[in-house]
Design a protein around this ligand. Structure first.
Ligand code: ATP
Ligand code: MG
Length: 486
């Protein structure tokens, strides 16, 4: 039953496609392979060692008996004791020895040997397999290892005799059989346990992923506050969780901006519409002179112009964000363009009692730019400076060109911007002094438009300001950027 995926990540997923299943299968296969390898190699080592110990025993016996026969051929008692008694004294690993003369007639033989071994079969060994240990099955279906050697004996016996030693290896075979049984037991236990253990380890390992998936599932545009608590997660998943949390931070920030933006749009559109409506209602409430109607229509027209400008600005910002937006680039003499702007704003500056001057340099600066957009960006900056500089102050326009970029800056000696507002002045609809800006008709889109224009040209806008001392807004546009048509 533990295979059945019931909740979370696995719901509705085919089992074999789950990570837990694949990991469990991999654990199980690897575990089975390793356990089989370990037990099989142990088994082989055991077989070899047991075989070796049998051979050593036989070689030892051959050595003892050969030495006896060679050195003390007359000592028949010692030989008999070795052959007839020693084996009988053993409880396990019985062994049997017989000594044959050159005509294969038994001279000496361990008692009971004939009942255990087929002596005729044993005699067949004397020819071809001399000196080698061979396996043989006894009369009682007990396994034996047999060795046959020629032995040179002393004069009273024969010259060339044969020595045969057979050892009962049934205990060793039983040990190997027990080992094989144990091996299959371990194999089956591994086959049953490893998938289970592997599955639970895998489930435990991927639990953080499930938690992340659950968090992701709970996130919607109205609920962006959920975060993954990565305490205790392994390093890799903790870094994934923190990346995920960072992404949520950015999303939350963007959503907040968008909803603030929508609220600001609604507010800024509602004000002129309400004004038009209010004036029209008042005008229609009773009969008016043509002069009064004219005044109302003029006022409505003013509001309508404000409305259409606002809508135009919003449309511009929306278009600027589209990846399909293209610039209408052309070679522009930037000094001439700024000179034209200065002339345009000169009258307003005089009205404000502000000194508008420029530093343009001597060399002509020709760059591939969108003329209308650049005019709009610089115009926005100059009008901001004029709007926030008291009479007697000054506004300075400057341009600097390097091999790779041009920098345009507008600075003034005006009111300045508080430090805490500076990071937000490029945001849409952001106004420092809301009441004053509203009164003076500012919508808070001017700097956002400047930034969009600069970004469309591949540049970057910057602002620095000191409250009560003035503001400087500058932007840098690279020459090298390939310009495309809007
Ligand atoms: N040179 C400046 N000196 C002081 N404050 C400034 C200056 N430039 C901008 N600001 C402040 O930054 C705010 C944002 O400027 P931005 O140009 O985006 O909007 P706005 O001038 O209020 O409206 P809009 O330009 O859309 O008519 C302004 O409301 C103003 O408070
Ligand atoms: Mg402005």
């Amino acid at each position: 039953m533990f295979w059945k995926p019931t909740r979370g990540l696995f719901t509705g997923t085919r089992l074999w496609r789950t990570l837990a299943f694949r990991l469990a299968a991999a654990y199980a296969l690897a575990g089975l392979f390793l356990v089989s390898l370990a037990t099989a190699s142990l088994y082989l080592v055991l077989v070899r060692e047991l075989e070796k110990s049998t051979q050593l025993f036989l070689a030892d016996k051959v050595h003892v008996l050969s030495t006896l026969l060679r050195d003390r051929p007359e000592d028949a008692d010692a030989l008999r004791e070795e052959i007839e008694l020693e084996s009988a004294a053993r409880q396990y690993e019985h062994f049997y020895i017989r000594l044959l003369d050159e005509h294969n007639k038994p001279l000496l033989m361990t008692p009971g040997m004939a009942s255990q071994l087929d002596l005729e079969q044993l005699s067949e060994q004397t020819g071809s397999r001399l000196g080698r240990t061979v396996a043989m099955m006894g009369r009682n279906q007990l396994p034996f290892r047999v060795i046959t050697v020629r032995s040179s004996l002393g004069s009273s016996l024969t010259q060339k005799d044969t020595l045969q030693i057979a050892i009962d290896v049934s205990e060793k075979e039983a040990l190997l059989a027990r080992f094989r049984l144990w091996f299959w037991g371990v194999f089956l236990a591994t086959a049953a346990l490893f998938p289970w253990v592997g599955y639970h380890i895998a489930r435990r390992g991927i639990r953080p992923v499930e938690e992340m998936a659950t968090t992701a599932r709970h996130i919607s545009s109205t609920n962006l506050r959920e975060r993954i608590l990565a305490d205790g997660y392994p390093f890799e998943l903790a870094s994934l969780a923190s990346t995920f949390n960072d992404m949520l931070d950015r999303l939350e920030d963007s959503f907040e901006r968008i909803s603030r933006f929508s609220a600001d749009i609604a507010h800024d559109l509602r004000t002129p519409v309400n004004n038009i409506r209010g004036e029209a209602e008042v005008a229609l409430s009773r009969a008016r002179s043509s002069h009064e109607y004219r005044e109302v229509i003029e006022s409505c027209l003013e509001e309508a112009v404000r409305l259409s400008e606002l809508i135009g600005d919003l449309l511009f910002l929306a278009r600027a964000e589209s990846p399909l937006t293209r610039l209408r680039s052309e070679p522009v003499d930037v000094r001439e363009l700024l000179w034209g702007l200065k002339e345009y704003y000169e009258a307003w500056a005089v009205d404000c009692g502000v000194d508008l001057h420029m530093t343009l340099g001597d060399e002509p600066i020709i760059a591939e730019l969108d003329r209308a957009l650049l005019q709009r960006a610089v115009g926005n900056l100059v009008s901001n400076s004029l709007a926030h500089t008291p009479p007697g102050g000054s506004v300075h326009l400057e341009i600097e060109a390097s091999a790779s970029s041009i920098q345009i800056a507008v600075s003034d000696t005006g009111a300045g911007i508080p430090a805490d507002s500076l990071p937000r002045v490029f945001d849409r609809f952001f106004r420092v002094d809301t009441s004053r800006s509203k009164g003076s008709g500012g919508t808070g889109l001017g700097l956002a438009i400047v930034q969009s224009i600069v970004q469309l040209h591949g540049g970057k806008a910057e602002i620095s300001s000191q409250l009560g001392h003035g503001t400087r807004v500058s932007f840098c546009i690279p020459f090298s950027r390939q310009m495309t048509k809007l």
